[in-house]
Design a protein around this ligand. Structure first.
Ligand code: F1P
Length: 359
């Protein structure tokens, strides 16, 4: 078995995974992202203005899924219109994407800051809607930074690997700080995430290896409701990109409305269980287990649950709106283990480049 635990130097250098190191560095990146975002929060809230203003989040790939989660959190906390659109939709269908009445701000999320669709989306927003443009990105000196009114740049979260891991969770944290600042809330809960992330990675590496190397799984399904759907989509994408796997993401209860037909002994179903809807969501996991699936549940607390193959109780007593980044690191590890077990190099994903340019 090829070892990928190269951190200790036990594995030969060529086997050491850059992506694995980036996954394990997330707690440090989170602390730096929190500091950077909180420092810039007053500038952003001032730009946003005192009057009610909706938020339009946009990104591509992982960054779009991040925007979906951020839009749900924005609506829940601000009780204002929050929406998320892929950069290509705003670029190609501006009236459909930007048509909501009332003032809005655009939050453009892009790890590279150079994705053409995002740059065109900013131009369309400026032309069709008008309003402040805030960028969340991992590189400075980019076209997006030049196009935005304010940019939160978290360079320490950038990856060398093409697959987004620490950049996703760190930019999500920046979006969470933005929503918290706009709602005049406290980041005390978010501030505990770096330590909780360290505990999570220390405690659950074994189950990630076990599930990642289990060759029974031909299909992987990720379920999340509300703000957790964007996280489920990102889990789907990171597994697909890293390990060339058939993976799908659904809203939790939507899974019964058709997609569950594909569940059998070859399925791994991963549930991002929330505190708000845990009983309904656990019932779905019980149903799919009846169909033969192996179930991994990320749980908000250690209250009793129906029979589940693998329970990961997320550390801390965070509110649903704050807990988001904790759902992804173990899935990222599963993806890397699965890639190596399939003889793939997680640092060199197939048919994937770090930046998509249309020019
Ligand atoms: C990021 C992105 C990734 C995807 C792939 C292509 O674009 O779409 O989400 O996994 O690496 O690039 P951006 O965030 O840099 O705009």
């Amino acid at each position: 078995m090829t070892s990928i635990e190269g951190a200790s130097g036990t594995a030969a250098p060529e086997q050491r995974s850059q992506t694995l190191g980036e996954i394990h560095s997330q707690p440090v990146a989170w602390a730096q992202a929190l500091d950077a975002a909180w420092e810039q929060a007053p500038q952003i809230t001032s730009l946003w203005g005192p009057a009610p203003r909706g938020a339009i989040f946009t990104g591509c790939g992982s960054s779009y899924y991040l925007g979906r989660t951020a839009a749900s959190l924005f609506q829940e906390r601000l009780r204002l219109a929050g929406s998320a659109h892929p950069g290509s939709d705003i670029m190609l269908y501006p009236a459909m994407s930007l048509g909501a009445p009332g003032p809005s701000a655009l939050v453009a999320i892009s790890r590279s800051g150079e994705t053409t669709e995002i740059l065109r989306a900013v131009e369309a927003f400026r032309h069709d809607a008008g309003g402040p443009v805030i960028a969340i990105t991992c590189h400075t000196g980019t076209k997006l930074e030049a196009a935005a009114d304010v940019s939160v740049v978290i360079e320490s979260a950038a990856e060398v690997s093409p697959v987004a891991t620490r950049s996703f969770t760190s930019m999500l944290l920046v979006a969470q700080v933005l929503v918290t600042a706009l709602s005049k809330g406290s980041i005390a809960g978010l501030a505990t995430l770096p330590a909780l992330g360290e505990r999570l990675l220390a405690d659950h590496g074994a189950v990630a290896r076990e599930l990642g190397t289990d060759r029974r799984f031909e299909r992987l399904f990720f379920l999340g409701g509300g703000a957790f759907f964007g996280l489920a989509c990102e889990a789907m994408l990171v597994v697909k990109e890293t390990s060339l796997s058939h993976s799908e993401a659904y809203h939790f209860l939507e899974f019964r409305h058709g997609p569950m037909t594909l569940v059998d002994e070859g399925a791994l179903v991963v549930g991002f269980v929330s505190a708000a809807a845990r009983d309904h969501e656990l019932a779905v996991l019980a149903d799919v287990r009846e169909l033969g699936a192996t179930v991994l549940a990320f749980l908000p607390d250690d209250a009793p649950t129906p029979q589940i193959d693998h329970r990961i109780v997320l550390p801390g007593q965070l509110a649903d709106v704050d807990r988001g980044p904790l759902y992804l690191p173990i899935v990222q590890l599963i993806a890397v283990h699965r890639a190596v077990a399939k003889g793939l190099d997680p640092d060199r994903p197939t048919n994937l480049t770090a930046v998509i340019s249309l020019d």
